[in-house]
Design a protein around this ligand. Sequence first.
Ligand code: COA
Length: 502
Amino acid sequence: MSRIANAALRAKLMSARDAAALVENGMTLGLSGFTGSGYPKAVPLALAERIEAAHAAGQPFRVKVWTGASTGPELDGALAKADGIEFRLPYNSDPIAREKINRGEMNYFDMHLSQVAPMAWQGFLGPLDVAVVEVSGIRADGSLIPSSSIGNNKTWLDRAAKVILEVNRWQSPELEGMHDIYYGTALPPNRVPIPLTRPHDRIGEAYLRCDPAKIVAIVETDAPDRNLPYAAPDATAGAIAGHLIEFFRHEVAKGRLPPSLLPLQSGVGNITNAVLSGLLDAPFSNLTSFTEVIQDGMIDLIDAGKLLLASATAFSVSPQAAEKLNADMARYRDRMILRPQEISNHPELVRRLGCVAMNGLIEADIYGNVNSTHIMGSRIQNGIGGSGDFARNAFISIFMTPSTAKGGAISAIVPQASHVDHIAQDVQVVVTEQGLADLRGLSPKQRAATIIANCAHPDYRPALEDYVRRARTGSYGQQSPSLPGEALSWHQRFMDTGDMRA
Ligand code: COA
């Protein structure tokens, strides 16, 4: 059965190749897609073929690509391989595109995900020529049933001169009704408060609007999202989850967090997913989440009756979880809301709801400045994603990582971060498998002592303590033995007596 219930729009059905022929060299494309879900799967592939053919004939052909966040190999991978992307924003995890960016062959604008839509409206990014958006269906009145991510689709559909839709039969028809598209955002001075006070509030519409006159092509597809398996939690992930859950228990016992905690935000990656799994056996219930992506761990928490509601902008699930979701979407629909990323990550809402933000990192320095994006300070890994949207505005901002990278050869805790995405003021808790550093209310000296003692791997602690000792005595560069420094003794006194004086 066709998923296109509007006869006039059904007349615009065509092949992906014909639709891709509507894109010209130099155009700016606004594509759907967020962390591997809901991205167009046929038109970008056909466009990549066209670009390759143009290059083979000695003709220039490159486009500017705006998305929600990362997409899949059929989009970023194919276009990057064809050397067809001149400029890309805002978050990328595709390995081919990453190489091109790091070789200086592709311009990349890494930005906070909540700011993409407002900045597109500001206009300095230039006009948007074509939106290519995956939907799961088109209703008789022409409104669009969104797919497994919303991302910036509302903005692309509003801003683009022309629209190409991919209607993907693989997506569950029961997605209809899960989405909440808020149409009340504006540029200053016309902004008003966003009327969302609880994660489960619905403040918009279940469908995307699009002027039918702008729709130039519709392509039908039947293709899965890029769903990748999560690694089973290993000892390191388990230890990190354990420290964090202990911290939550402590905060609940002190009355600083309610027993249902506060709306959880969980960043990308295996470690954050492992923490969600750890919550399955933890003594917290009636949890909610106000986050960017719904991961496997959240689905397990919903199944266990622990998580009442997950609000996000996209799914980021394994193939097994996708199958489970698709088979039972009508039930999950009552427990999930997908919103535009402008809303799922909105600083006003993160601050109002008091989210507990939990994100991964590449390295943290001893003061708690966090590098989320650049390996060795120069090679971009993915991008800042939504980590900044949440970290600065969260009730508690937590960052987590194994204490070492590359099989133990590199310490994730360093004297000075080679690149800083999150300044110390935006980082309240750092967790590794070694332990947890609660940095709230501590001075830089105290933070250094706590992070070294609690989070650094024992192999690297003496060197870090030595660094602190020499920094404090001004004896950089002099030969000095790696003795336990004042940092550690301060920390031990603090733990024994609670005396925070340095
Ligand atoms: N030095 C050198 N390399 C390092 C490193 C360090 N300190 N820390 C990590 N790496 C390398 C890893 O070895 C790995 O390399 P490989 O791909 O060659 O194997 C790579 O960086 C990724 O590390 P990994 O441990 O697999 O990452 P992850 O899946 O746990 O993700 C981030 C960690 C920081 C990359 C990820 O959380 C991220 O992209 N964060 C920014 C966006 C974000 O937070 N989004 C969520 C907000 S809602």
